[in-house]
Design a protein around this ligand. Structure first.
Ligand SMILES: NC(=O)c1ccc[n+]([C@@H]2O[C@H](COP(=O)([O-])OP(=O)(O)OC[C@H]3O[C@@H](n4cnc5c(N)ncnc54)[C@H](O)[C@@H]3O)[C@@H](O)[C@H]2O)c1
Length: 382
């Protein structure tokens, strides 16, 4: 597909304002809409196209059909000096998560380590946003969430576990923190949605069908996934030979941390549909951990040593043909440098969704130069 036909670029400020206005018009209080739009724009700025503005319509639809609430009443279920358990009461995942991570950071600053869990929540966007909060405040951050059932356990074809990102952020003396932010599946649903939007096949090995064969038709995969007929493979892939069982175990740990310390749903209960196919709340769980390096050593010495470690890795002997050894967070940092200049690419499906939301919410102040039909069929299955 020709990229120049596929994308229209919007500047970061306009895109942020539009997303915030959509959230406000959908009933999200202004301060919370600011948080939701900020999480999405961070994804777009970092080049993570699957989880930024491309997901705005998903949240809008979930609010519209009353599957999740626009107002987030965050309540404390249990608290100790180092820990807190919060109930998001089916509100916005981004709002509950940002507040939860800040509490974990505040506790870490007092106790060396802090942890927050959230139950009764919804999709929180990129996990990287929350560990970035920690690194900006000179803490190590870790977080994870469960999600709709997608990953099959090793030797199964049934989607049981969410794509369950297990995400880490560490402050460094580089221009950016070390942020390892990814799913525990080889790929994640959002990327297949992007492929479906672009009309591209999924890579062989990302997905197995009911018969244990590799499925590659990305549009079909999205449809089948909702019916639990296809599954993503865990990190390491199918079987044990390339370590699929290790990815399966990491995804399981994230599920345990997200759901078993609280009353959050787990595994296939996170589908967002009841037995009759009616939309029901997801009741997802998340966890957030902050560690203050200053509890162990001097912060600048820590950042310098972490930076040295990354310099050694990046300076390792290269594979023949390779031009660069990356460290985690680097590609996203580079993407942001470029996107500050180019703006954010908006795909045709996202353009259609923007026009639909603009029309329904009467956001007449925006004049998008999108040459698409807002009523054309959507392939995402939200
Ligand atoms: N909320 C949810 O339910 C949910 C579920 C799954 C994923 N996600 C989000 O989706 C996003 C994308 O996830 P993904 O699994 O597609 O990520 P991905 O496979 O694109 O990996 C991205 C991560 O790998 C690092 N990376 C990339 N190339 C590298 C290299 N050569 N060397 C070292 N590090 C490298 C990046 O810096 C980044 O940290 C993440 O932000 C994640 O939090 C959210």
């Amino acid at each position: 597909m020709n990229d120049s036909n596929e994308y229209v670029y919007l500047d970061i400020k306009t895109l942020f304002n539009f997303m915030k206005d959509v959230f406000i018009a959908a009933g999200v209080p202004e301060a919370d809409a600011d948080i939701c739009a900020d999480v999405l724009i961070e994804s777009d700025k970092r080049g993570i196209d699957s989880h930024g503005c491309a997901r705005l319509y998903m949240y809008y639809m979930r609010i519209k059909r009353k599957q999740q609430l626009p107002v987030t009443k965050l309540t404390i279920v249990k608290e100790t000096p180092g820990t807190i358990r919060l109930n998001a009461n089916n509100g916005m995942g981004q709002v509950a998560s940002k507040k939860a991570m800040q509490i974990a950071i505040d506790k870490a600053k007092k106790n060396g380590i802090g942890m927050a869990i959230v139950e009764n929540s919804n999709h929180f966007g990129i996990a990287g946003y929350y560990v970035l909060m920690a690194t900006k405040q000179d803490c190590i951050g870790m977080c994870g969430t469960n999600a709709r059932p997608s990953i099959a356990p090793t030797w199964s074809v049934e989607p049981m576990l969410g794509t369950n990102p297990f995400t880490f952020g560490v402050p460094t003396d580089w221009d950016f923190p070390w942020i390892a932010d990814h799913a525990t599946s080889i790929t994640q649903r959002g990327k297949i949605e992007t492929y479906a939007r672009l009309g591209k096949d999924a890579v062989k090995g990302w997905v197995i069908d009911e018969n244990g064969n590799a499925a590659t038709d990305s549009k079909q995969i999205i449809t089948d996934m909702l019916k639990l007929k296809t599954a993503l493979t865990p990190l390491g892939g199918i079987g044990e030979e390339l370590g699929g069982h290790k990815g399966y175990n990491y995804a399981t740990f994230v599920e345990i941390m997200s759901a078993c310390l609280s009353q959050a749903n787990m595994l296939q209960a996170c589908l967002g549909l009841d037995k009759n196919g009616n939309f029901v709340p997801y009741n997802l769980g998340h966890f957030f951990i902050a560690i203050d390096p200053a509890a162990f050593c001097e912060i600048d010495a820590f950042k310098k040593k972490t930076g040295d470690l990354l310099r050694q890795l990046a300076g390792a002997k290269k594979q023949p043909g390779a031009s660069h050894i990356y460290v985690a967070g680097e590609k996203e940092y580079l993407a942001y440098q470029e996107r500050k200049r180019t703006g954010i690419p908006i795909s045709r499906v996202t353009q259609r969704q923007f026009l639909k939301m603009q029309r329904e919410l009467n956001l007449v102040q925006y004049d998008f130069a999108f040459d698409v039909d807002p009523d054309e069929e959507d392939v995402t299955g939200w």
